[in-house]
Write a protein that binds this ligand. Structure first.
Ligand SMILES: [Mg+2]
Length: 250
């Protein structure tokens, strides 16, 4: 019995090790990003800058005539809610990221606010603008998310939560929203929060597409800073988080 247990534990360790190896060697490379995110004034300043600019843009939109009810569309994680505590716990304990650990974190309902998000959302609601959330959190996580929102003072309607529907791309959910509303602004920390153009692209194409749509940033698209994780990691060849890809002095 004991040897069976040992065998099972070894198998689990081997699988965990292979998973970690298939992505990155440990998560030490993320410490700087987490420290910046959690401690720098610059992180907070960028968030306020994003939400202050958004308010100006919403005011402009409110002066214009549009068909349909007006809405603003938000991603949730690292756009409205700060989940950095969960990732920081994993890094300190050398745990690789996985969906289960994120699900356990969501169930705790302990995420905090991204600076500026609540003030902007309250402002939008005061102007009778519908606040929509398109997130890849699971359908089963709607109640926990709403409770977390409530704990940090955010108001949201359950019917305005468009959660993961089997498609990681948010494009079809954006279309669903556009059938009902005039969308004044989109908010996100990941380019896939804005348009499908950036779904599953190489880092080079992602950057070129940002330049091609530069007029939209700070106008229709409001970007929040997130150096912790994102599709930018997956777009690197073989998820290479070592110095091999750094551009240095020629
Ligand atoms: Mg996000």
């Amino acid at each position: 019995m004991k040897s069976l247990q040992t065998l099972i534990i070894s198998a689990i360790l081997l699988v965990s090790f292979s998973c970690a190896k298939s992505t990155v060697d440990g998560r030490e490379y993320q410490i700087g990003a987490y420290l910046w995110f959690q401690t720098s004034g610059e992180y907070r300043a960028l968030c306020h800058q994003a939400y202050n600019l958004a308010r100006l843009k919403l005011d402009r939109d409110l002066e214009e005539k549009h068909n349909g009810k007006r809405a603003v569309v938000f991603d949730i994680d690292e756009t409205v809610l700060d989940n950095s505590f969960s990732g920081a716990y994993e890094i300190k304990n050398n745990i690789p990221w996985d969906q289960e650990s994120f699900d356990r974190w969501v169930a705790l309902k302990k995420a905090e606010l991204v600076p500026g998000a609540k003030e902007f959302i309250d402002y939008a609601i005061s102007k009778r603008v519908e606040v929509i959330f398109i997130s890849n959190r699971k359908e089963s996580q709607k109640e926990d998310t709403l409770e977390n929102f409530k704990r940090v003072g955010l108001t949201a309607k359950k019917e305005n939560l468009y959660f993961f529907n089997g498609d990681w791309s948010k494009e079809s959910r954006r279309f669903e929203v556009l059938k009902k509303y005039h969308v004044a602004l989109y908010f996100g920390d990941n380019l896939g929060d804005f348009a499908k153009d950036w779904d599953s692209k190489t880092s080079e194409s992602r950057r070129a597409l940002v330049d091609a749509r530069k007029e939209d940033f700070g106008d229709k698209f409001i970007v929040l800073p997130n150096p912790l994780y994102g599709d930018w990691e997956k777009s690197l060849p073989k998820f290479n988080m070592k110095s091999d890809l750094l551009k240095t002095i020629p």
